[in-house]
Design a protein around this ligand. Sequence first.
Ligand SMILES: *Cc1c(COP(=O)(O)O)cnc(C)c1O
Length: 395
Amino acid sequence: MTTPVKLHVPLLDLKPQYKALKAEIDAAILKVCDSQAFILGASTRELEADMAAYCGAKHAVALSSGTDALLIALMALDIGAGDEVITSPYTFFATGGTIARTGARPVWIDIDPVSFNIDVKLLADFLDTQCERVDGVLVNKATGGRVRAIMPVHLYGQAADMPPILALARKHGLRVVEDAAQAIGSAIPGGQRVGTLGDIGCFSFFPTKNLGAFGDAGAVTTNDDALAAKLRMLRVHGMEPKYFHALVGGNFRIDEIQAAVLVIKLKHLEDWHAARQRNAAYYNSAFAAAGLAGTVTTPVALPGYRHIYNQCIIRVPRRDELRAYLGECGVGAEVYYPVPLHMQECFNYLGYKPEDCPESARAARETLALPIFPDLTETQLQHVVDSIARFYGVK
Ligand SMILES: *Cc1c(COP(=O)(O)O)cnc(C)c1O
């Protein structure tokens, strides 16, 4: 390792994207201001139509956040106390947090170390050997809970191994809620996009996602007419008609300013995905050219899967030292995620040990997110690679 050479390469810089669209976005925001119609208006309806078309889903319902998308999806499936929902622990907190908030119990199944998504063999093993059918209900033999749903996470922008997950769900009578917060536009082999594979797809428009709002926002998608109607009711406190409440819902509404911004940005999403894919390809060949192929494990896009690279995750030795060194070189890098959910203090009551999900624990120690946003220059990308090469002494 030699003295750091400095060049500013932030993990994410949203300013170039705003600059390119500023005139159009500012006008759209001002239009909402002029209308003084802030809630569930024309922009929300337009976003929902565009989002449904983009995903290939029959319905899209725009919401307040990705977290609320997960919560409302579970509520729409009547999941609550006594129920269990299977997911992976190597994800953003909202995946497990929303399951717990409904009163249901999260069941953690470890990840596949290559895709970072739920390990389908372990999932099948859990369902086939640790659950039993009692009076038509799938029961977790260890806890006595009713296993109701699988919540696969399409982590970093690549879809989970959905065909076998959907087959297991059918076999065991389970619902599927996709956590597609990081994966808008990604697809499984054959091209079917996330959000249309399970019963409900959940999306986040948090500013750091590939499609980011100017604040918090999210959406759900579904092909089921009855579920779509229920999701729309739950979004406004279960109200239909006005002031008549057949269900207990919440305030899960998007606001018109966010919807107006998202309508404009959605038109550019495919270009931004393509730029992220180019950046990922650049890293792949540049790491190999730098002689780092044996040291740095780059993201694997599985055959036929469409990876949209919300994050570019590498696996490295001496991860924390490398991250500190990159900081000295001007390179932003982040750990997603340092503590898997099965090791979070708030989930101690579930009784999991770190070694229950060893690949999640290992990923939390070894992975690092590199800058991948669309506006990066080749000079910046090469600086990231050169800095890593210097750290490992191969340059
Ligand atoms: C971002 C994210 C969420 C939550 O979305 P918010 O809009 O921030 O509430 C949920 N799950 C995953 C995997 C995420 O990355």
